[in-house]
Design a protein around this ligand. Sequence first.
Ligand code: DP6
Length: 324
Amino acid sequence: MTARATAVAHSNIALIKYWGKRDTAIALPATSSLSLTLDAYLTRTTVEWGAESDSVVLDGSRLNGEAESRVTRFLDLVRRLGDRSDHATVVSHNSVPTAAGLASSASGFAALAAAATAAARIDLTPRDLSILARKGSGSAARSVFGGLAVWHAGTDDASSFAEPIVDPGLDLAMVVAVVDAGTKTISSRAAMQLTAETSPYYPAWVESSRTDFTDMLDAVARADFTRVGELTESNAMRMHASMLGATPPVSYWQPDSVRVLQLVRDLRVSGTECYATMDAGPNVKILCRRTHLDTVRDAVAALDIAGVTTSLPGPGVAVSQAET
Ligand code: DP6
């Protein structure tokens, strides 16, 4: 019997970051995080069970090596859940430049989790889908949900899940300043592990990010855009500071990243309130109010960097088609 399903998931950008695991075996993060799912970048994945062996095609190219094993190991989890032994054909398309620090693994594993389970007729609650997606890539736990989502660090497998939180009218938008859409030099997975193992600043990161998370929940509940923005920017800078302390040091920044960070400060001074965040790549994401989206986009475009994309909050994962 063949069973096929297609799912679409959107990427998310953390305002309070996940950077480091306390348990790599079951992908438990060291700290809780909070993110905004974007409507701009998505992954569409079709999974069909009933094959002799697993195969994965991403944007027209067959995956091999570690990239393929990561998907195969994830499919093992789904096989165990559904008590099945057959294999799957996975075909995936990213609108996100893969592995460029634009959260392609988040949308990728959220879409894969939804498509693989729907095709196998495994009925999971959104929370359990988030727990499953987490084991593919931590940030994928949050892409199960639209808008603002928190991922609770938890203390065991069952308590480490994401869930949506209500936006009480923050009216958030994001401008992505694409500095370089090429593949990153070191994966977030490897870089966070190196930071946790070697950076003397890592314990300080964990401690301060815990406080940031609590403060952020409070700022969101009060719809305090300024505080949300300040926490977003300082949390990202502290994450990058912890990486600089690693041996060898990790830096994703490029000269144009710094130009964009300076622009964000200049925009604030001139009355356009916006704040920057960066992930495991040189691109800068700028958090602003929806009303300032065009102003910020035009200012970034004037820098003449690789590209600029605007985004509003996006939806949670959706199975667009399932058949048996
Ligand atoms: C900097 O979710 O890609 O984007 O769990 O090892 O797959 P793995 O890591 P991943 O890390 C994301 C790191 C980040 C911050 C964030 O999204 O919270």
